[in-house]
Design a binder for this molecule. Structure first.
Ligand code: V47
Ligand code: SF4
Length: 384
């Protein structure tokens, strides 16, 4: 399939050549890829890059998502998760409830993914204390917590700088920031969908500062609502530019918009072809970000499996309990067992590789009672 002659017929011979040579693609190349009706042609280019980077491996992580609260001062039109304070459907977990969820992960858990709304009253000291207690309870669990949007919100609430918030959370035990809250950086889209939220430059600036003090982060893009193809590509180009400077992004996660229960519920969701093409073009444009995630929660397990042949190399993880996508109508199951993930990856003809948050390979010793002991399903079976 990865045949220059084939791409010549599609008018994409130059792009095929650049991909083969590892040359950077331009925004206009990205537009031509999005416009190409031959999804297999675009997918094969992305699969070529993904295979060059990761061979036959497809990664997953034994993780758990925890949302500490859905109370949020912002009212993003695409969000079905957030509630205002006092709303009967708002929730706020206590420190003990959060620690119980961490403990329920058993010895197999390697990552806690902790995010919430921009809460009006929770002080930074609450989060510092929480992170310290998680470290004390489960020192081996990697703490990936608080989006750039939450970090900027903590700084504003606390009357301090982003730098100070990042430094304090790092010293409490935060090891990485998740990639949420990026949406699309376009000021036009943000004005219409999330005018109260930290803007695109602000999001990039928080990430830059995190990278500068040695905190790695992920990056997302929410697509499939009112954004244009050009706005998706501008978003990728902005991430690529920052990555050239800092090298701090670990994984890119295209998030397909779930419209149910949002102000935008009248919009049709992205089609499967658009989802696959977006993943493929992301892999091709983001030549300096090592990993692209097929987030099964939003994509569905079946489409995420197919995405492993369209540029994605990571399947995310066990997740256990997910609210943001499911409150917006995501039809995927709540969590996956390691066995289910491994079967899904193997059935695609790829090799499942358990990784930690930084994509270091995890080795397990089923015979040992040690730090990462237990059968791969241990995490799931210990959760009730
Ligand atoms: O920040 C909100 C987005 C994000 C909707 O970094 C929506 O490893 C779809 O960021 N439909 C949360 N998306 C998810 C996220 C994430 C997931 C997995 C791994 C990582 C990582 C990050 O979801 C939010 C927002 O950008 N979002 N509403 C919606 N209706
Ligand atoms: Fe709040 Fe995040 Fe939902 Fe926006 S997407 S309303 S910031 S919880």
């Amino acid at each position: 399939m990865f045949e220059p002659r084939y791409y010549k017929n599609l008018g994409l011979e130059d792009i095929c050549h650049k991909v083969a040579e590892g040359e950077r693609l331009t925004i206009s190349d990205g537009e031509r890829l999005f416009a190409c009706p031959d999804i297999n042609a675009v997918g094969s280019l992305a699969h070529h890059v993904r295979t060059r980077l990761h061979g036959n491996s497809a990664y997953y992580v034994v993780n758990r998502h925890i949302n500490y609260s859905n109370i949020c001062v912002n009212g993003c039109r695409f969000c079905a998760f957030s509630r205002k304070k006092g709303d009967p459907l708002s929730f706020e977990l206590s420190e003990d409830e959060i620690l119980d969820k961490i403990r329920a992960g058993g010895n197999g858990l390697t990552e806690a993914h902790i995010v919430g709304g921009c809460h009006p009253d929770l002080a930074l000291a609450f989060f510092e204390d929480l992170v310290r207690k998680i470290r004390g309870t489960k020192p081996d669990v990697f703490i990936k917590a608080f989006t750039a949007v939450e970090i900027a919100h903590f700084a504003k609430n606390e009357g301090t700088s982003v730098k100070d918030v990042l430094a304090r959370l790092k010293s409490a035990g935060v090891q990485m920031l998740p990639g949420g809250g990026a949406e699309v950086f376009s000021a036009r889209v943000r004005e219409l969908l999330c005018p109260e939220k930290l803007d695109g430059e602000g999001w990039l600036d928080v990430m830059r500062q995190a990278h500068e003090i040695g905190i790695k982060t992920n990056a997302t893009m929410l697509y499939g609502h009112i954004e244009t193809v050009r706005e998706r590509l501008d978003h990728m180009a902005a991430l690529r530019e920052l990555q050239d400077r800092t090298g701090g992004f670990v994984c890119f996660i295209p998030l397909t918009f779930q419209p149910a229960n949002t102000v935008l519920s009248h919009l049709p969701p992205a089609t499967g072809v658009d989802d696959l093409k977006t993943i493929a073009v992301s892999r091709l444009m983001l030549d300096n970000i090592a990993h692209v995630k097929a987030y099964w929660v939003m994509l569905s397990v079946k489409l995420a499996q197919a995405a492993l042949y369209f540029g994605a190399d990571d399947f995310d993880g066990t997740v256990v309990e997910e609210k943001i996508g499911h409150m917006a109508g995501a039809e995927s199951q709540q969590g996956m067992t390691c066995r289910e993930i491994e079967r899904t990856i193997r059935d695609a003809g790829l090799e499942p590789v358990e990784r930690d948050s930084l994509f270091r390979k995890v080795f397990r010793n089923p015979a040992s009672e040690g730090r990462l002991s237990g059968s791969p399903d241990f995490v799931w079976l210990n959760y009730d």
